[in-house]
Design a protein around this ligand. Structure first.
Ligand SMILES: NC(=O)c1ccc[n+]([C@@H]2O[C@H](COP(=O)([O-])OP(=O)(O)OC[C@H]3O[C@@H](n4cnc5c(N)ncnc54)[C@H](O)[C@@H]3O)[C@@H](O)[C@H]2O)c1
Length: 329
């Protein structure tokens, strides 16, 4: 099976461990030192032979012209989550082509990060740490009256891959979990140990709200000023999804006033003098929830498993569901 690493130069050495690259070269005919960052510029001799494109972050778009020049292509195996920038309408129309994603593997670190943020939010960790620092540890009158992870309510928006995993990770804790997802039945949500509710109830009741819906036209600014203003005082909003889903001005107002806290792993470009940078009860991280370091090798392992299955004629582990592109990430 002839494969091509269609990705930026060097990315293969970040995504795959040396052992995984060795495994890859045993499994398919591929030059693991050579990547093709621009498929449009790839020679005909290469595209006319290729059977599998292995793609990843920053990969070139597999468009109609590339497909036309690749008559033997059977599959696009993506080593990352969303294929939004890699897949074209022409690719989705080609139902004979298998397209797989490593989104499930990428969901693991996001869910782990979210779990950590939820538990720390319960402790009101950022606010208490800030007060501790401000007094240089001399303030002994710690207020023990608010927060805690015993019987607190956590609201998850989206029973997505990540949202589902977060609900599962939350099961051992003494927390009540609410989930809002218009496309998932109450029964399926009950099996996660959670209760299906509508968005207004979720915001009104949750001590921590965590966002796990996709960035699609129907979810733009779904987290409105009204929903945010209904959250209990001292509650925390966690965003590991996408910034476009949130009314940033409304969120900023709630955070700067100190009424709500937040953990923002994704955010719009904030000006250097944006007041959010200086709010001690807001954690702002540069998109670290998803895979990094050794976690990238989990996504590579998932891609290798797809290649093994393809080679063995077995069903794919995670084929992209073309029917639900408009409601998934
Ligand atoms: N921070 C990171 O590094 C990182 C990494 C991976 C994914 N993400 C983001 O996390 C989010 C979830 O990704 P995923 O792979 O788990 O998604 P997914 O594709 O598995 O699932 C999307 C889910 O959202 C639901 N949904 C659609 N519209 C909704 C709405 N209006 N309200 C509630 N639910 C709705 C769908 O029913 C579906 O269950 C996406 O925004 C994705 O871009 C972030």
């Amino acid at each position: 099976m002839k494969a091509l690493l269609a990705m930026p130069h060097g990315l293969q050495h970040t995504m795959f461990s040396p052992e995984q690259l060795e495994q890859l070269s045993r499994m398919v005919e591929v030059d693991v030192e050579q990547t093709v960052p621009d498929l449009a510029a790839a020679p005909d001799a290469v595209l006319s032979e290729v059977e599998v494109l292995i793609t990843g972050w920053g990969s070139p778009c597999v468009d109609g012209a590339v497909l036309e020049r690749s008559p033997r292509l059977r599959a696009v195996v993506h080593t990352a989550g969303t294929l939004r920038h890699v897949a074209s309408q022409a690719l989705w129309r080609r139902e004979d082509l298998l397209v797989t994603t490593a989104a499930q593997a990428n969901a693991v670190p996001v869910a782990e990060f979210t779990l950590a943020q939820i538990l720390l939010a319960g402790k009101r960790s950022l606010a208490r740490e800030a007060a501790h620092r401000r007094s240089r540890g001399r303030e002994k009158t710690l207020d023990l009256s608010a927060g805690g992870n015993y019987g607190a309510v956590v609201g998850l928006i989206g029973a997505s891959r990540i949202g589902t995993m977060v609900a599962e990770l939350l099961q051992p804790f003494s927390l009540e979990v609410l989930i809002s997802d218009p496309f998932v039945e109450a029964d399926a949500i009950r099996q996660l140990g959670a209760t299906k509710v509508e968005l207004p109830e979720l915001f009104r009741r949750s001590d921590v709200v965590s966002l796990h819906a996709p960035d699609v036209p129907s979810t733009q600014k779904m987290v409105t000023a009204e929903l945010l203003s209904s959250m209990p005082d001292g509650a925390t909003f966690v965003n590991t999804a996408r910034p476009a889903l949130v009314d940033l001005d409304a969120l900023r107002a709630e955070l700067v006033s100190g009424r709500l806290g937040a953990a923002l792993d994704v955010h719009d470009d904030l000006a250097p003098d944006d007041p959010l940078w200086d709010v001690p009860t807001v954690s702002i991280t540069p998109h670290i929830a998803g895979s990094l370091g050794n976690e990238l090798h989990r996504m590579a392992a998932s891609a290798l498993e797809e290649l093994r299955r393809l080679h063995a004629g077995e069903a794919a582990l995670a084929p992209v569901d073309r029917e639900h592109l408009s409601t998934t990430a």
